[in-house]
Design a binder for this molecule. Structure first.
Ligand code: NAP
Ligand code: GLV
Length: 310
């Protein structure tokens, strides 16, 4: 069975193809743009595919995204109608994102940046952390990643709050939902974590108005997409001191330009979109399983709802 593999910069083919073939030696993997006869392609395994390239396969039965976020696929103006799209849900990815969030929450909570600066200046200054039990960590997005991060950060003793599209009742998390729930949620967050999918509704959600709704001295940690942040608004809030610090793993253009002010901002930490990756040995099995199911017309795993945008 012929499967198109299309990563933005082809070299990943050599990382993924051996694992996919080991799981199903009958897969005839075709690395973009050498896909052979278009009518033979029945499945596509993609990450940041070329727009307009997926509508030429009349027998395409599934588009398997090699990551969690599908905004790039859904923004394709020539995306073929009716072909199901799947995304990755993977325990290693979920665990890695929670590690990332715990790392930066604790770093801010325990005032590590100030401590390191003090050491460099040979200053011995006692810096008291806030009481975790009265410090609210808020998570935008209570899906696969947000729920795991909330449970693990909550287990460290913090007060947890979360915001989602639909109403939820969850043990140990004060929940908010929808537009009406956003401001009351933000008002209490000492640290704001973003783990939303990028959709037309969530784009630019971290902006002057929402930042102003956070308490003075709050922190922002974005592990979702750069498009969630209005960069000029975040920089203004950092410059004014209203936002004490920001940790950003994702950017509208990656890497950010050399003259992007984030690189040198004293209150900003940049990480190179490495919060939570997809590794072939962990993720290939669900891709192969979805290809098998698609060809047999069986129910797929981790299906994206196109109308919802995630
Ligand atoms: P998910 O399981 O689809 O969960 C999405 C959550 O966001 C859900 O709780 C959903 O609400 C909520 N949501 C969506 N639209 C909303 C809206 N308009 N208002 C309020 N809440 C809304 O997604 P996930 O697997 O947790 O992943 C989240 C994102 O993380 C991905 O889309 C990707 O962009 C990013 N990511 C980044 C990395 C990295 O390395 N930096 C790695 C993996 C993923 P409901 O529960 O009500 O549906
Ligand atoms: C990574 O950013 C993903 O969406 O999986």
């Amino acid at each position: 069975m012929a499967v198109l593999v299309q990563f933005s910069d082809g070299h990943f083919f050599d990382d993924w193809a051996p694992m996919l073939r080991a799981l199903d030696p009958t897969l005839d993997l075709r690395n973009w743009p050498d896909f052979g006869k278009a009518e033979e392609i029945e499945a596509a395994v993609v990450w940041r595919h070329v727009y307009g390239s997926l509508n030429q396969f009349p027998n395409l039965k599934v588009i398997c995204n090699v990551g969690a976020g599908v905004e790039h696929i859904l923004a394709d103006p020539e995306l073929p109608d009716g072909v199901p799209i799947t995304r990755v849900i993977d325990p290693r990815m979920t665990g890695a994102m929670s590690e990332y969030m715990i790392l930066h929450v604790l770093r801010y909570h325990r005032r590590l940046d100030e401590t390191v600066r003090n050491q460099a200046a040979k200053v011995w200054e006692y810096l008291a952390p806030d009481n975790a039990a009265t410090t609210t960590i808020g998570i935008l997005g209570l899906g696969e990643l947000g729920l795991d991060a909330a449970a693990k950060i909550g287990a460290l003793g913090f007060r947890m709050a979360g915001w989602s599209r639909t109403k939820k009742t969850l043990p140990g998390i004060e929940t908010f939902h929808g537009t009406a729930g956003l401001k009351p949620f933000l008002n209490q967050c000492k640290m704001l974590i973003c783990l939303l999918p990028l959709t037309p509704e969530t784009a630019s959600i971290i902006n002057a108005e929402t930042l102003a709704a956070l308490p003075q001295g709050a922190y922002v940690i974005n592990g979702a997409r750069g498009g969630h942040v209005v960069d000029a608004d975040l920089i203004a809030a950092l410059d004014s001191g209203h936002i004490a610090g920001a940790t950003l793993d994702v950017f509208p253009i990656e890497p950010p330009a050399q003259d992007d002010p984030y690189w040198t901002h004293p209150r900003v930490t940049i990480t190179p979109h490495n919060a939570a990756d997809s590794f072939p040995e962990d993720v290939a099995p669900q891709l192969v399983e979805n290809i098998r199911r698609a060809v047999l017309g069986e129910e797929l795993l981790n299906v994206v709802m196109r109308d919802r945008g995630y």
